[in-house]
Design a binder for this molecule. Structure first.
Ligand code: PLP
Length: 332
């Protein structure tokens, strides 16, 4: 299987914002786009994107998971970056149209079609460091994918980073390229130094998230995760897992917690920690690395609750359990 996100469908849906309006969406070749070298995005990072998935069911039908949530988040990211306001209905139609066109290429579970809506400022204006781009491009690119974390369901190793941060605290809830660039060096360093899979960013001891997933804890019948604020991405998977946990009778607690609390917690038998995200789905965390010491979380292996919640999510996505929350949009 090719690396996650390295294979693309040959066409994408695109619209351009010019003269204060969005053009009619078109399906065009996804080989290349044309942009002025002075485009706002290339200089001032006026860019945001989304990641969502379409799934194939056993009867051959194809369904997109929680598309409305990802479009809302794209609208929010665009607004907070002073990009042109997106037309949410148009974007929904673009996603549906391009997925319908490549419905035959949606892989069987556990694979899926990863959908990457992307919006960025195109105005040729290098003098606009402190002013928004008046034009933009929005496209929807498709990539058939398998598992994100090589090694499948192996429990992950996370380095706890208390001194750095993933991105500026007011930018965390924006899904923007610069945030990922900002997390790159610490993540590469953690891999090289302690063979960590990811960095769990805990600025001043406040446990937030990793470079591309939210962080959750399970203690008995309780699931605990950081309360929503501007400092981290409000994951659609996070919200789905919390709903499924509540469906299963678990107590859902959204609250801030510190590294000290986390390490005390990890030492208790039977606790679990996990990462949630569209790409990661729900993956157990087995080891936390802090100040050169390794702390096992519970058994250090993939836990039974993580497995059960992941299964409950996949069952809905794959059409094996009823879609009681109306999370799926049928395409074909
Ligand atoms: C920084 C970050 N946090 C959390 C998530 C999880 O968000 P979602 O569940 O919407 O994919 C992602 C994206 O996958 C992410 O990039």
């Amino acid at each position: 299987m090719a690396a996650f996100g390295s294979v693309f469908m040959p066409k994408m849906a695109v619209t351009n914002f010019e003269n204060n309006q969005w053009s009619d969406a078109a399906i065009v070749s996804s080989d290349s786009i044309q942009m002025h070298p002075g485009a706002h995005v290339l200089h001032y990072s006026s860019t945001c994107f989304e990641g969502l998935k379409a799934f194939r069911h056993e009867d051959g039908s194809v369904h997109i998971f929680r598309m409305d949530q990802n479009i809302k988040r794209l609208a929010q990211s665009s607004r907070l970056l002073a990009l042109p306001e997106i037309d949410e209905e148009q974007v929904a139609q673009m996603i549906k149209d391009v997925v319908a066109q490549f419905a035959d290429d949606v892989p069987e579970p556990p694979g899926s079609m990863y959908i990457r809506p992307t919006h960025f400022g195109t105005e040729a204006a290098v003098g606009k460091a402190a002013a928004p781009s008046l034009t933009s491009m929005l496209y929807v690119l498709l990539s058939p994918v398998g598992d994100y974390f090589a090694g499948g369901s192996r429990a992950l190793r996370l380095l706890l980073d208390e001194t750095g941060m993933r991105c500026a605290p007011h930018m965390g809830m924006i899904k923007s390229g610069g945030n990922y660039a900002s997390a790159l060096q610490p993540t590469m360093q953690a891999k090289a130094d302690v063979e960590a899979d990811q960095v769990l960013f805990c600025p001043n001891g406040d446990v937030t998230e990793t470079g591309a997933a939210n962080f959750l804890l399970v203690d008995g019948n309780e699931i605990i995760t950081k309360a929503l604020d501007t400092s981290f991405l409000h994951g659609v998977t996070r919200s789905s897992i919390l709903s499924l946990a509540a469906d299963q009778g678990m107590t859902v607690t959204e609250r801030d917690f510190t590294v000290t609390e986390l390490l005390e917690f990890a030492a208790k038998p039977g606790v679990e920690a996990m990462l949630s995200g569209t790409a990661a789905v729900l993956t157990s965390v087995g080891t936390l690395i802090h100040n050169g010491q390794e702390h096992k979380v519970g058994s250090g292996e993939t836990g039974p609750i993580a497995q059960k919640l992941r299964q409950a999510l996949n069952d809905i996505q794959w059409g094996k359990a009823p879609d009681t929350h109306n999370w799926l949009t049928r395409i074909v």
